[in-house]
Design a protein around this ligand. Structure first.
Ligand SMILES: [Fe+2]
Ligand SMILES: [Fe+2]
Length: 452
């Protein structure tokens, strides 16, 4: 077969800036956000200007969460941007829509605070995005805005969407799984290679994300078996705004890869360039989102996005001390008078604590190279690395060895012995954490995947 190349971008969360994203209530909201908001239009415009000139491929895939939160004007403006992109670049564009693309209650901020601009209905998405996959599909499922497109003479793309009218992030029902299976079988019968794209990851990006229900497609095992056992071994996903590549093997011994890409508008902000060399070999590369026009306060684009990411975690720890009620609401703990007194004390201690002191609290020793580092700074960088991928805290490094000693100690705590994934499987705390803070598997940025 002839090699095939395409670019992929995801979670563009385009927000039409003229709707308003400023003021006190806006800044307050942004204290708890990983991604950008006001800046998204500028970032997306820069990314698409780059892609317009990028000449290694003439196909672009977009893995969902196209608009910020389903504001109608954002969807209309993004659809216009895609039309112009297609016209100017001559590239073909294939999208999948997702939960953030239709909404009855989106929000924006102006001088009067938070307000509700007009939303987008699920039924309106077809007309907005029909030129980006639906209309030249060889199979189209209108209820699910799902389809099969021919990327080349040899390769088909199966686009699946399970955020439909009134229902978001639900289990694949038998009828839809049947449709998916039929498409995979048809590709095999026609002698074509098939790859897939959906918004939600089907494998947790990092093991700890397996604890969070919203981090993966509900009951994804069924979908994986349906695809992998019918010749589809690779899916491209987004949603969690993290960079990861994972593989699993089905009971029948078929491999299945999930390539999850970071959001264009929040750190880690990357696109992918994918080369399908042959039916068994796929080369995945990562490309940083280009610089964008914004008052970045002297920072580079990358530094600016990292600052927003870190702001989320630092504010959370700060609030434990300064606004415990808000802190508890954010982490879903019910505020009680006792906790209102306890959290400020914990917050105060944490903000001054070193890594060494924390380690001593759980009766282990920190590595001398990091024992005097601030615990908060250390926590911020290791949480960030979980989303960045290629996590550096592996065995044999000062941070890795210290964390592994802490996890070993904590693993004896009774509640951590009964850990279960969101899909109900038992999880070993120590192994989960070890592989969460250190990457021992596939390179999350640049890798050659062997599908069979
Ligand atoms: Fe998203
Ligand atoms: Fe999402």
């Amino acid at each position: 077969m002839n090699p095939l190349k395409f670019y992929l971008i995801t979670d563009t969360h385009y927000f039409k800036n003229s709707l308003g994203a400023y003021g006190e209530a806006y800044e307050d909201f942004m204290d708890g956000e990983q991604k950008c908001f006001a800046e998204t239009q500028a970032i997306d415009e820069a990314a698409f200007a780059w892609l317009e000139k990028a000449d290694e491929a003439d196909i672009l895939l977009i893995a969902g969460d196209l608009s910020f939160n389903g504001e109608k004007e954002s969807n209309e403006a993004f659809s216009k941007l895609l039309h112009e992109f297609k016209e100017k670049s001559g590239k073909r564009v294939y999208v999948v829509t997702a939960g953030h693309d239709f909404n009855d209650n989106p929000f924006a901020f102006n001088e009067n605070g938070r307000y509700t601009p007009e939303g987008t209905k699920f039924s309106e998405l077809y007309d907005l995005y029909r030129d980006f996959g639906y209309d030249d599909a060889i199979a189209f499922n209108r209820e699910h805005l799902s389809y099969v497109a021919e990327l080349s003479d040899d390769v088909r793309l199966l686009v699946i969407c399970n955020d439909i009218d009134g229902k978001k992030h639900i289990t694949y029902d038998d009828e839809f799984l049947g449709w998916i299976e039929a498409q995979a079988k048809q590709a095999q019968a026609d002698g074509k290679m098939m790859i897939a794209m959906e918004h939600y990851p089907v494998l947790p990006g990092q093991p700890i994300l397996g604890l969070i229900g919203d981090a993966t497609q509900a009951e994804s095992g069924k979908l994986i078996d349906t695809l992998a056992d019918n010749g589809v071994h690779l899916i491209f996903t987004g949603h969690m705004h993290n960079q990861s590549i994972n593989v699993v093997e089905t009971a029948k011994g078929n491999k299945f890869y999930d390539v999850c890409t970071g959001s264009a508008i929040g750190w880690p902000a990357f696109m992918r360039l994918v080369t399908i060399t042959d039916e068994e070999t796929v080369d995945v590369k990562s490309i940083p989102i280009p610089e964008f026009e914004w008052d970045k306060k002297g920072l580079s684009g990358e530094e600016y996005l990292i600052a927003q990411f870190d702001r989320l975690i630092k504010t959370l720890i700060e609030r434990m001390e300064t606004d415990p009620e808000r802190f508890m609401r954010k982490v879903s703990i019910k505020p009680t008078p006792l906790l209102m007194k306890v959290f400020p004390k914990i917050g105060r201690k944490l903000s001054k604590m070193t890594v060494g002191k924390f380690a001593r609290l759980v009766f282990v020793k920190a590595d001398p190279q990091i024992k005097n580092d601030s615990l908060v700074e250390f926590a911020v960088s290791f949480v960030r690395s979980i989303f960045e991928g290629n996590q550096p805290y592996v065995e044999g490094t000062p941070g890795g060895d210290t964390l592994l000693r802490v996890f070993r100690r904590l693993s004896h705590l009774p509640p951590l012995k009964k850990l279960k994934s969101s899909q109900g499987e038992p999880l070993d705390f120590y192994e989960t954490m070890k592989h969460t803070v250190g990457n021992y598997g596939i390179d999350d940025y640049n890798a050659v995947l062997k599908l069979k």
